[in-house]
Design a protein around this ligand. Structure first.
Ligand SMILES: N[C@@H](CCC(=O)N[C@@H](CS)C(=O)NCC(=O)O)C(=O)O
Length: 208
């Protein structure tokens, strides 16, 4: 399988971490898409993903998957344990719910702030600015961080005692927040301890 991405960008980071946690990282060929240069908006790339975004997974039979959650779901079912998306009905429902809240409230909120309220990837790429909406989404990101800190009072990871796709989305979200200049408030001790746990995981090495 092949993955079109841009190493270091937030959504590609999610898929690279999922691959590493599943032990699949070395089975993938990575193809660099020069997003800052607009390569993701060429007709060739838009034929693969009409959204004009990375990552994109291409299977050996030509099947194309975009959207980090869909790619992670696929990877999670290619091999067995450890599961990232849950095993039974309740666990899958809870993980899906938390993942979506973290995706919308943190990662996508930070992304909206970065693209709409800051110079983002530069004038050639950022063809739409809306500082008011961007600032509103920055506030949502901070509110979501507060909620996330509370989720970690009784558990090491967001959906319980082991890493799931929720933690992967959260890791990319916090990294993006740091990059975009949205600092995690210093009093969120549970998040600080969780970040230390995440950074100690062997899978993080694939991001270097
Ligand atoms: N919902 C998509 C979001 C993908 C996305 O926004 N990717 C960014 C890189 S992290 C991108 O390609 N941005 C291109 C642009 O902003 O023009 C996913 O989950 O994969």
């Amino acid at each position: 399988m092949r993955i079109y991405d841009y190493k270091g960008f937030p959504n590609p980071t999610r898929v690279r971490l999922a691959l590493a946690e599943k032990g699949l990282h070395d089975e993938v060929e990575f193809l660099h898409v020069d997003v800052p240069a607009g390569e993701h908006r060429t007709p060739e790339f838009l034929a693969k993903n009409p959204s004009g975004a990375v990552p994109v997974l291409e299977l050996d039979d030509g099947t194309i998957l975009s959207e980090s959650t869909a790619i992670t779901e696929y990877l999670d079912h290619v091999t067995g344990a450890p599961t990232l998306t849950g095993l039974d009905a309740k666990e899958r429902g809870v993980i899906h719910m938390l993942q979506r809240k973290v995706e919308d409230g943190l990662l996508d909120a930070v992304s909206n702030y970065f693209h709409f309220a800051t110079p983002g990837l530069g004038p050639d790429i950022e063809t739409y600015e809306n500082a008011g909406y961007g600032e509103r989404r920055r506030a949502v990101a901070l509110k979501t961080m507060e909620w996330m800190d509370g989720k970690l009072v009784d558990s090491d990871f967001f959906a319980g005692d082991r890493l799931t796709v929720v933690d992967i989305t959260a890791f990319a979200g916090f990294a993006f927040a740091d990059f975009a200049g949205i600092e995690t408030p210093a009093n969120f001790d549970n998040i600080a301890a969780w970040k230390a746990r995440m950074n100690a995981r062997p899978s993080i090495a694939v991001l270097a």
